[in-house]
Write a protein that binds this ligand. Structure first.
Ligand code: F6P
Length: 388
């Protein structure tokens, strides 16, 4: 019989849909084993000054939850439906500063945890790994990010919901694009990865999808190819087009731009005009190409978690608790072939660190992969040369 454990859970880095669902799953699974669960506020920052009474440990304890709603909904557990994180999330500050790291380690010791569950993206996991080594923490990582760029897992928590959000936005933009005969550029998050743009672009029926893995830079060749695609669509009788652009794609000078969608929209308009002026018959229909850009922004990090993200949250939470019960620590839970597995953090984090040092995406879209081929076979322009 394993003695009851005292475990902590924190959410670190940017928020995403499904964080509350995974907290709920951990609390449910752990309390059923008779364990105590402590929610650490604002990532590892919550450990700071713990022993000086910043927070009282009893206030951090998480229990199975039921809402105080009047009437017949009394006791409803809504946590799995809510976005954000009840624990807060922080994606700034540098715990590699030795003074801050020292305070975090002291707070961790003060709480007397047997193990910690850290829900984070690639940046957070890299940082927590170092703290955990210094403090000899027993910990389990749960991957989350709408960018889906944590290596060794096919899915990170939050990605599926974000794909739904972007897909819905593309759908909604289609009708205003059609009514005004416009080309609408939709700028999608994803940092240096194109997974979100690629998946949502396919699901939303985009005509063009640009991701950093295939189109690192918006050069003249790419923009002329987009214009060529617009000319083809017009030739087939369609006067509007939807262009999905991942934010990681850079401008002509190879620089990232906050509003790269606006830049592309303006470039498309100019290039279409120029191509028409060449007098070549294939560009004759590129008259009055009217473009607009929409930057979807942080709406992509919110929304009710999809059923798949809730299943992922439940499965990841259960697996994390099972690993702690087995005292099989220093693992990341991963999703592979429709099941949850675990991967030693010793294998995951060195890879992350190398990518961070080289400023590379830790898990980019495979340019030869099935999703890219699917987009291509559907006739979506995805950065291949159409004209030179
Ligand atoms: O990593 C998640 C993410 O939403 C990226 O897709 C995006 O580039 C970034 O975070 C935005 O960060 P912030 O919330 O700091 O603006």
């Amino acid at each position: 019989m394993i003695p009851p454990k005292r475990i902590g859970i924190l959410t670190s880095g940017g928020d995403c849909p499904g964080l509350n669902a995974v907290i709920r799953a951990v609390v449910k699974c752990a309390t059923r084993k008779g364990w105590e669960v402590y929610g650490i506020p604002y990532g590892t920052r919550g450990f700071i000054n713990l022993e000086q009474g910043n927070y009282r440990s009893e206030d951090l304890q998480l229990r199975e939850h039921g809402c105080d709603i009047p009437g017949l909904l009394q006791g409803l557990d809504i946590l799995q439906f809510l976005s954000g994180s009840i624990l807060g999330a922080l994606n700034k500050g540098d715990p590699s500063d030795p003074a801050i790291a020292h305070e975090i380690l002291q707070g961790y010791r003060f709480l007397g945890l047997d193990a910690l569950i850290a829900v984070g993206g690639d940046g957070s996991l890299d940082i927590i790994y170092d703290l955990a080594q210094q403090g000899q923490w027993n910990w389990i990582a749960i991957p989350k990010t709408i960018d889906n760029d944590v290596p060794f897992t096919e899915r990170s928590l939050g990605f599926d919901t974000a794909v739904d959000t972007v897909t819905k936005a593309i759908y909604d933009l289609t009708f205003t694009a059609a009514s005004h005969e416009r080309v609408i550029v939709v700028q999608v998050m994803g940092r240096d990865a194109g997974h979100l743009a690629l998946h949502a672009g396919i699901a939303g029926g985009a005509d063009v999808i640009l991701i950093p893995e295939l189109t690192p830079v918006l050069n003249d060749r790419v923009i002329n190819n987009i214009c060529w695609r617009i000319a083809q669509l017009r030739g087939e009788g369609r006067q509007f087009a939807l262009v999905v652009l991942a934010e990681g794609v850079k401008n002509l000078e190879g620089q990232k731009e906050k509003y790269i969608g606006d830049y592309l929209a303006q470039q498309i308009q100019t290039h279409c005009q120029q191509l028409r002026q060449t007098g070549k018959p294939e560009f004759a229909n590129l008259n009055d190409v009217n473009t607009r850009a929409t930057t979807l922004g942080h709406i992509q990090r919110s929304g009710m978690p999809s059923s798949f993200d809730r299943i992922l949250a439940a499965s990841f939470g259960k697996k994390a608790v099972d690993l702690i019960a087995a005292e099989h620590y220093q693992q990341m839970v991963v999703w592979r072939n429709g099941e949850v597995h675990n991967k030693p953090l010793e294998e995951v984090v060195p890879h992350l660190k190398q990518c961070h040092q080289q400023k590379r995406c830790p898990d980019p879209v495979n340019p030869e992969g099935l999703m890219v081929q699917t987009a291509r076979d559907l006739g979506i322009y995805i950065g291949d040369p159409l004209i030179n």
